[in-house]
Ligand binder design. Structure first.
Ligand SMILES: [Zn+2]
Length: 697
């Protein structure tokens, strides 16, 4: 899988797990790519960043000045016209006397009227995402107040979305989704202000509605069916999905799961229901059981995020339904039932307690189901992603980054996941799981700050962990280890005496050292490193061949191999952003470290091919064939692309020769052999070009 995922910029991206709604939808879709460019990235691939706290406060100045407690939502969906009509009753408690209250509302939705429960009109103003309500007399501090807001609008595209150019709410005949982060109802403190809700959703009679909470029997009328849901706990029950679904109870034992799939996709019910059940059981066992065991697994369109989790509901985009099951995706979303729905971050700066913890929990599921090697591979991938933008901001300043950007993904999801992984290494498995269970018990239905989390880990482990959080959460920077060692004969074998060094002054971590003796199992040793150097002495039964520092990626660190992977990942991101010339420069940095990197040559070739620079592209594909041939598929795909270039430049015999060489590899990675056969029959042309270069996706 790791190798497969490296093929074409597009296919790599597609094979990459796209877990949460906060992650950019990484589909190779030129429209989306250009949209993403507009949304958050300059042509140089840098994220737009803003001043600390600005991301939240600029559009909602009083997010912390009131606390929403409950929503009563009545909405009607008109798929044929993409229209939503809603009347929402919001209960809230002002934290101070408020002359006006602000909420976030999707700007595709236009408010028609706002009033007090008495019917008295309230003045309102919509400015972009900002909805400001100004009553005739101020909302009084600490006194529960209510407003009723009526609004309507078409949810047909990303227009009006809180995340520029990303559809989070959509109403259409092929299926509708109204995800909570779309702010399709007036939202306060997105992702942090927890609430209960009652929902009444009316849809055409042939549609089914899925939402969080206890359902009532649908009420059918001539002009539509109304589905009602009640969710009593403070959480985030504001996601509604509707459409024509094949509804099947999952057959898995011991879990109450229903799958809602689009007609034709019924075959995924069994495998996905079973995986979700396995994940639910696994996490219940590790973190403590959920108050409600029922889970709906619902398919939504590809036009949005890869997955999203709301209380009792996991939504997966169609592209996430694969054979075999995308285990990481399912486990990631299921784990959000704990890390978001049950316990959520208290501020945007604590966001890694949501996405980072979900990413790591999914890795734990991989460890339990696929074994230690698969887990180490997963953690290695996570480490590379974490390092692609590690210096963008400390985890504790996540609000400086914008969601759905590569930087946010790197810091919050992946470096966040590494923090949990490192914490587990520092305090041990038992204390780690004890910490998790403390969180789900003490903070159930509440918010959790990074300091609360630190306290829980300190109590569970009986260790003072300020140094750990200062280093990994509050700061940027990762160690780069150097080691020197010498071997001595002993009576019973050999002794390795050595020293490790790194540059971070405040560094303090246990470090694993692995020695590989000739013809024997490797020997692991854990040493406590404080500061820039540490000594080690390891006895081995036979002649030591190799000494590796931190072989299982238990520490987020930089080394030559990782550096290459990080440069490759960054360059791939630039390709996705269509910053092709920048991408080539980044691939060239890989060649400065390893001039035989077939993968870097191949990627440069591919990028030059996109730029129609066929001579230079050809040279790079040739260099790829003369390089280290890592990964193996570079060979078949280089021949294929050289063949394409010959076809495009009217040299059919030479093209056929290359396709023949491609076929001889017998390597059908990403359907390479089928393509080689196809081009053998019929020359590759500019017309087939579009389809062919997108073949991986
Ligand atoms: Zn997620």
């Amino acid at each position: 899988m790791a190798n497969l995922s490296g093929l074409a910029a597009g296919s790599r991206v597609i094979n990459h797990v796209v877990p949460g709604w906060r992650m950019k939808p990484r589909v190779l879709d030129s429209v989306l790519i250009s949209l993403l460019l507009v949304s958050g990235l300059t042509s140089r691939g840098q994220a737009r960043t803003s001043l600390p706290g600005a991301a939240q406060s600029e559009s909602q100045p009083n997010a912390t000045r009131l606390k929403v407690t409950h929503y009563d939502i009545q909405a009607e969906l008109f798929p044929a016209t993409h229209m939503l009509r809603a009347k929402v009753h919001v209960d809230f408690v002002p934290q101070t006397d408020l002359a006006s209250a602000s909420f976030r509302l999707n700007s595709a939705l236009k408010v028609k009227r706002a009033e007090e429960p008495s019917g008295k009109e309230i003045q309102f103003k919509q400015d972009g995402l900002n909805l400001t309500l100004t009553p005739s007399s101020p909302f009084a501090r600490d006194k529960t107040d209510s407003v009723i807001v009526e609004y309507a609008g078409a949810l047909a595209s990303a227009e009006g979305s809180p995340v520029e150019d990303l559809k989070l709410a959509y109403i259409a005949p092929e299926g509708s989704y109204l995800l909570y982060p779309a702010c399709w109802f007036p939202v306060n403190g997105p992702g942090t202000d927890r609430f209960s809700a009652t929902l009444k959703i009316k849809v055409p009679t042939d549609e089914t509605v899925i939402a969080s909470g206890k359902p009532s029997a649908p009420v059918r009328a001539a002009d539509g069916t109304t589905y009602a849901f009640q969710y009593d706990k403070p959480s985030f029950p504001g996601t509604v999905i509707a459409g024509k679904y094949v509804v099947q109870p999952a057959t898995a034992v011991g879990a109450d799961i229903t799958t809602y799939l689009k007609p034709g996709h019924e075959k995924f019910s069994g495998p996905y229901g079973e995986t979700a059940a396995k994940a639910l059981t696994f996490f219940s066992d590790k973190f403590g059981s959920l108050p409600s065991g029922h889970l709906a697994v619902v398919e939504i369109d590809d036009g949005t995020v890869g997955g999203y989790s709301a209380p009792g509901l996991v939504a997966l985009a169609s592209r996430g339904l694969t054979t075999p099951v995308n285990q990481k995706l399912v486990a990631h979303e299921v784990s959000h039932q704990w890390w978001r729905c049950l316990v959520s971050p208290s501020s945007p700066d604590d966001a890694f307690l949501d996405e980072g913890l979900a990413t790591y929990s999914a890795a734990l599921f991989v460890e339990a189901t696929a074994g230690e090697a698969a887990f180490e591979d997963t953690m290695h991938q996570i480490a590379i992603e974490a390092l692609t933008h590690e210096d963008a901001a400390p985890i504790a300043q996540a609000s400086r980054l914008h969601e759905y950007t590569p930087e946010y993904n790197s810091i919050v999801y992946n470096k966040g996941a590494m923090v949990f992984h490192m914490l587990r290494w520092v305090i041990g498995d038992d204390a780690y799981l004890k910490t998790m269970r403390t969180l789900t018990q003490q903070y159930a239905w509440k918010t959790l700050s990074t300091r609360d989390f630190q306290k829980a880990a300190e109590q569970a482990s009986n260790q003072q962990l300020t140094y750990f959080f200062a280093q990994w959460v509050d700061s940027t920077g990762v160690p780069q280890f150097k080691r020197t060692w010498a071997v001595y004969r002993t009576q019973n074998g050999y002794q390795v005496i050595g020293k490790i060094q790194q540059d971070l002054d405040i560094f303090r971590m246990p470090v694993e050292i692995r020695v590989y003796p000739e013809y024997h199992q490797p020997v692991n040793e854990r040493i406590e490193m404080v500061g820039t150097t540490a000594d080690f002495t390891i006895n081995t039964p036979a002649r030591p061949l190799k000494v590796v520092i931190d072989p299982a990626s238990r520490i987020l660190k930089m080394d030559d191999q990782t550096k290459t992977a990080v440069l490759m990942a960054r360059a791939d991101q630039l390709v996705q952003q269509q910053a092709l010339l920048e991408a080539i420069k980044e691939y060239q940095k890989v060649l400065e470290i390893n001039k035989n990197s077939s993968l870097a040559h191949y990627r440069i070739g591919e990028t030059l091919f996109k730029l129609h620079n066929y001579n230079a592209a050809m040279e790079e594909f040739r260099a790829a064939l003369n390089g280290d041939l890592e990964p193996k598929w570079v060979e078949v795909w280089s021949h294929l692309n050289i063949g394409r270039i010959f076809d495009l430049t009217g040299q059919r015999d030479r093209a056929l020769n290359e396709y023949q060489k491609a076929l001889q590899t017998n390597d059908n990675t990403q359907g390479a052999l089928e393509l080689a056969n196809k081009y053998t029959q019929k020359p590759y042309t500019e017309d087939t070009r579009q389809a062919a270069t997108g073949s991986g996706s």
